[in-house]
Design a protein around this ligand. Structure first.
Ligand code: HEM
Length: 456
C-alpha cells in the first residue's frame, strides 16, 4: 500500500452519521458477499463493525496506517486481516511468508488489485508499469522500461546529468546557508536534484528551474489527489464526494496540459533536430565541460562509489532501518490462492509490511539500532533483492521488484557522498538530538527537516 494516510480520512469522519442511513443497503451487500466468502479461512484480525469492518477504527485512531499496523503485529502476528469497507487487506510482515508469496508463488502473487476510480484515471486504466495487472501488458511495459529506460547503459549515459544536478544542489545549499546563517532545508534541495535528473531522463528536453518546480508541485498535488478516500472503501458513499472527484479531474487536466507541450517538443526535435537550437545542442557532456571544478580535494565521482565501503554500509543500513516506504506496492493474486495456510481470494489486497522483515530480531542482531558497522565490519549482510534470502527488501522482491533499484541506489550514494564531502553537518537547533520520528508524505520522512551547516 503506497500512501494510505488516516489523516486524509478523518475530516470525513462526520459522514458516519450519513453513512448509517446506508447501513441497511450495505447489509444487503454484505449478505450477498457473505455467501461468497463465508467458507474462506482468512488470517485473524481485529474484530470490525458490520459492513465498514475496521475502516473507522483505522480512521478514528488518528494514526498513520503504518503505525496502526505496527501496533497490531504483537497481537495478531505476521499475517493478519483488516477489513476496510468493501476491501479486504491481508497484511504480511515476515520473511518466510513474503518468500512464499513473492518467490514460491510469485507467478500468482505478482498482480495488482483493482484501482479506485481516481487511480484508474491517473494510471490510464492500469496502463502503467506499476499499476498493470500481471500479464502481457505489464510484461511489455516493464520490459520496455528495464531495457530502454533504466538499463545500466542508459544509466551510464546520464552520468553528466547527475553530476550537474549534484553540483547545482551543492551550490544551492551553499547559497541558502550563506543567506540563512547556516540553516538549510536539505530535503527540498535533495528532492529538487533528483527531480531534475528524472525529468531530463524522461523528456530529453531542457527545462528551466521554474518549470521543474511547477512540475514537482503538480506531482505533489497528484499524490494528494490519489490519497485514499472514504468512498474508495465504501463506494456507496461516492455521491458525497463529487467535489473531490471534480478536484481530481481538474488536477488530471492540469497534468496533461503541463506535460503535453514537452512531449510535443520532443517529438518535433526527433523529427528535426534543427527545430530547437537549444535542444539540438543539448548535451550533458557540454554542461559537464562548462562545470567549474573546485580546486583542492577531488570531487567524489560516481565510479569511486563502489569502492566506498563505509558509504555503502551506511546506505544499506539506511534502507534497512529507515526504508522510504513501509509497504511494497499492493499485491493481488491472479487466482484464489493460499498463504501461510490461509485463503487469499482474488479481490484481497496483499500488503507487505517491510519493517516486519528488516526489524525482525530473528534475522538481525539489535535490529532497533542504527549501526552501519553491521555491514561495514561484515558482521551481518543481506541481499536487498531477496534472491539469496529475505532479510530486507526495501525495493520489494520477485517479479515486481522495483526496476529503479540501481538508479535509486546510484542517486542516494552520489548525493550522500557529495553532501558529506562538501559540508560539515550538525543538528539544528544546536545541541539537540536528531529526531527520528517519522511521518508519511507519500514516502516515509523524518518529521524534522532542518539541519545546520558549517563550512569545512
Ligand atoms: C530509494 C528509492 C526507491 C525505493 C525504496 C523503491 C521501492 C519500490 C518498491 C518497494 C516497489 C514495489 C515492489 C512490489 O510491488 O513488490 C517499487 C516498484 C516500482 N518502482 Fe521503485 N523504488 C525506488 C526508486 C525508484 C526509481 C528511481 C524508479 C524509476 C525511475 C522506480 C520505479 C518503480 C516502478 C516502475 C515500480 C513498479 C514495478 C512493477 O509494478 O512492475 N522506483 N519500488
Amino acid at each position: 500500500m503506497d500512501s494510505f494516510s488516516t489523516s486524509s480520512l478523518s475530516p470525513y469522519y462526520h459522514l458516519i452519521f450519513t453513512f448509517l442511513a446506508f447501513v441497511i443497503s450495505g447489509l444487503i451487500f454484505l449478505f450477498s458477499k457473505k455467501n461468497k466468502s463465508k467458507k474462506l479461512n482468512f488470517p485473524p484480525g481485529p474484530p470490525g463493525w458490520p459492513v465498514v469492518g475496521n475502516l473507522f477504527q483505522v480512521a478514528r485512531s488518528g494514526k498513520p496506517f503504518f503505525q496502526y499496523v505496527r501496533e497490531l503485529r504483537p497481537k495478531y502476528g505476521s499475517i493478519f486481516t483488516l477489513r476496510m469497507g468493501t476491501r479486504t487487506m491481508i497484511i504480511v510482515s515476515n520473511a518466510d511468508l513474503v518468500h512464499e508469496a513473492l518467490v514460491q508463488k510469485g507467478q500468482v502473487f505478482s498482480s495488482r488489485p483493482r484501482e479506485n476510480p481516481t487511480r484508474t484515471v491517473f494510471s490510464c486504466d492500469k496502463f502503467t508499469v506499476n499499476a498493470a495487472v500481471y500479464g502481457p501488458v505489464w510484461r511489455s511495459l516493464r520490459k520496455n522500461m528495464v531495457q530502454n529506460g533504466l538499463s545500466s547503459m542508459k544509466l551510464k549515459e546520464f552520468r553528466a546529468v547527475r553530476q550537474t544536478a549534484m553540483d547545482k544542489m551543492i551550490e544551492k545549499i551553499r547559497a541558502e546557508a550563506r543567506e540563512n546563517d547556516g540553516v538549510v532545508w536539505v530535503l527540498k534541495n535533495a528532492r529538487f536534484a533528483v527531480f531534475c535528473i528524472l525529468l531530463s531522463m524522461c523528456f530529453g528536453v531542457e527545462m528551466d528551474e521554474k518549470t521543474i518546480e511547477a512540475i514537482d508541485q503538480m506531482m505533489k498535488t497528484i499524490l494528494m489527489v490519489l490519497d485514499p478516500r472514504l468512498d474508495d472503501y465504501l463506494p456507496i458513499l461516492s455521491p458525497f464526494f463529487s467535489k473531490q472527484r471534480k478536484w481530481a479531474m481538474d488536477v488530471r487536466k492540469q497534468q496533461i496540459e503541463t506535460i503535453m507541450p514537452f512531449i510535443e517538443k520532443r517529438k518535433k526535435i526527433l523529427e528535426n533536430p534543427e527545430f530547437d537550437k537549444t535542444a539540438a545542442s543539448f548535451s550533458y557532456l557540454d554542461t559537464l565541460l562548462d562545470l567549474k571544478v573546485e580546486v583542492g580535494e577531488k570531487v567524489v565521482d560516481e565510479k569511486d562509489i563502489q569502492k566506498m565501503s563505509y558509504l555503502n554500509a551506511v546506505i544499506k543500513e539506511l534502507l534497512r532501518k529507515h526504508p522510504p516506504t513501509y509497504f511494497s506496492l499492493t499485491h493481488a493474486v491472479i487466482e484464489p490462492a493460499t498463504l501461510g495456510g490461509y485463503d487469499i481470494p482474488t479481490d484481497a489486497n496483499v500488503e507487505i509490511f517491510l519493517p516486519g522483515i528488516s526489524d525482525d530480531p530473528k534475522l538481525w542482531s539489535e535490529p532497533e539500532k542504527f549501526d552501519p558497522d553491521r555491514f561495514f565490519l561484515g558482521k551481518e549482510d543481506a541481499d536487498i533483492t531477496g534472491v539469496s534470502g529475505v532479510k530486507m527488501i526495501p525495493f520489494g522482491m520477485g517479479r515486481r521488484i522495483c526496476p529503479g533499484l540501481n538508479m535509486a541506489t546510484v542517486h542516494v550514494s552520489l548525493m550522500l557522498a557529495r553532501l558529506v564531502q562538501e559540508f560539515e553537518w550538525s543538528v539544528y537547533p544546536e545541541k539537540t538530538r536528531v529526531d527520528f520520528s517519522e511521518k508519511l508524505e507519500f514516502t516515509v520522512q523524518l518529521s524534522v527537516t532542518n539541519e545546520n551547516y558549517h563550512t569545512p
